[in-house]
Design a protein around this ligand. Sequence first.
Ligand SMILES: [Ca+2]
Length: 124
Amino acid sequence: MANRYYYHWLLDTDNNPATGRSNAEYEGSPTGVSKPIGAERVLMIGWRDGKPGGIEIYDPANEDVALATNFTYQASGNTLTAIVPLAALGVSPGQTVGFSAFQEGASEGWKVDWLESQSLALNP
Ligand SMILES: [Ca+2]
């Protein structure tokens, strides 16, 4: 609670691993995912010193510009839920996108844990 921690959800909104930010590597190290995606959007839920610290959506090609901020989210046990406008993600209902995620925090020397990429259907 007295440090920094971040959850990042990566969305390959055009479902094309050749475009966007690849999750095959992160900060110069292989991530170990077997099916890399190319993310066009990142949803970040950050925590700093016991308070939310970076609740935003951004394009990984331009991390300094938030496309949406302060959306609704809830943590419960091992589940994290967020409610975000699809327009901020640049997606439409019915579309299929690539999805991956990682968490990192100041504990354990900024150790990064990756979730294997998945296909995610945005069912209306
Ligand atoms: Ca892509």
